[in-house]
Design a protein around this ligand. Structure first.
Ligand SMILES: *Cc1c(COP(=O)(O)O)cnc(C)c1O
Ligand code: SF4
Length: 344
């Protein structure tokens, strides 16, 4: 299944090569290696467009800010056994593999992904399982990486089997970009493995409407038919989706296809991604406008993972103004004050 992956920026198909020539920022030798699928490359229309920016290395990745880090979420600190991150009491994150079919230039796990660490071995899986077995407060396992759906379906099934806890209620979640990066992987062999885990909460990462080509929509429909629950996380990226109209189009297409927009993330402080980050205040303004453009089911929560291991917080607008003798006073989205009485 390695076919269709481009790893040599000096030997690109003619069309993409032409576009890269017209990109003055191009870095042919980036620290986070170039890796891209032909399927994604076909969706790029011009140099500097939203799909190009997510895929093609820029020399601005060499700029490191003092605020940036190789481990912006301090996942190392919360790693309780190889690949297993226990940050929140009721859920664990399991980094099954470091492999991705595409190296997203904005990746916050760029110091881990694609670094040749490979896939967890049997002993590591058993250590992770032993930890979860001993921690009864864990109610949810999030399979991530890298991209777990790049694993051979038989290997993925082995991981699921190792993390099986008979007699215990457990929610399963998986994070993946495969449906938009390499939709051909969503075949019957993979679907047969996934369907046994249903309802598998599938956390997609789709950042721009143009990522959803016909092939990707087919793959997403197949996942849903196999019993996956589809949610999407979008990373706010400069010149990709830092615009309420683009996010509105994205959220509409997602909901039309049965995918719930779950989070919009402020960019994490991963080293070499400052040119891709949107200032937090601007993100806030964009989300305020989005709120007025889409319905409740199409509206994602704007969130940031606080640097240094502070965890995720929602960056929601507050409508609360004050509490007075009558009750709690709020503003409505159109302005004006409304009181909800405190009843004793
Ligand atoms: C994001 C994240 C989760 C999941 O958080 P939700 O708000 O439930 O989506 C769990 N563990 C870690 C370490 C995370 O970074
Ligand atoms: S698919 Fe996810 S883990 Fe892999 S490079 Fe992209 S953002 Fe990073």
């Amino acid at each position: 299944m390695k076919t269709g992956i481009l790893t040599n920026i000096h030997n690109l198909p003619a069309g993409l090569k032409g576009l890269c020539t017209g990109f003055p920022e191009l870095d042919p030798d980036p620290e986070f290696p170039f890796r891209l699928t032909e399927v994604w490359a076909m969706k790029i229309k011009k140099a500097g467009d939203p799909l190009f920016i997510q895929a093609i290395p820029s020399r601005f990745e060499r700029d490191r800010l003092p605020s940036e880090s190789n481990d912006p979420l301090a996942e190392e600190r919360f790693m309780v056994s190889p690949g297993l991150v226990h940050r929140y009491p009721d859920r664990v994150l399991l980094l099954l593999t470091d492999n991705c079919d595409m190296h997203c230039r904005h990746c916050f796990r760029r110091s881990f992904s694609g670094k040749g660490g490979g896939t967890l071995n049997q002993a590591e899986l058993e250590a992770a399982a032993a930890y979860v077995r001993a921690h009864e407060e864990v109610h949810e396992i999030i399979y991530s990486g890298g991209d777990p759906l790049t694993l051979d379906p038989a290997v993925l099934e082995g991981c699921f089997t190792a993390m099986h806890f008979p007699g215990r209620n457990m929610v399963r979640r998986i994070g993946t970009r495969v449906p938009v990066v390499s939709p051909g992987r969503i075949n019957d062999r993979l679907l047969n493995v996934l369907t046994k885990q249903k309802p598998l909460w599938t956390m997609l990462q789709i950042n721009h409407p143009d990522e959803l080509c016909q092939e990707s929509l087919r793959a997403l429909a197949a996942l849903r038919e196999a019993g996956a629950v589809l949610l999407n996380q979008t990373v706010l990226i400069d010149k990709v989706n830092d615009d309420p109209e683009i996010l509105k189009r994205l959220c509409h297409i997602l909901v039309e296809n049965g995918i719930k927009p779950y989070y919009v993330f402020q960019g994490d402080l991963a080293g070499g991604t400052s040119h891709l980050r949107v200032p937090l205040k601007k993100g806030w303004e964009i989300m305020k406008q989005l709120r007025r453009k889409v319905s409740g089911i199409a509206l994602p929560v704007f969130a940031v993972d606080l640097p240094g291991g502070g965890g995720k917080i929602p960056l929601t607008e507050s409508y609360f103004i004050r509490e007075d003798a009558e009750g709690l006073v709020f503003t409505s989205p159109e302005g004006g004050e409304y009181c909800y009485p405190v009843e004793e």
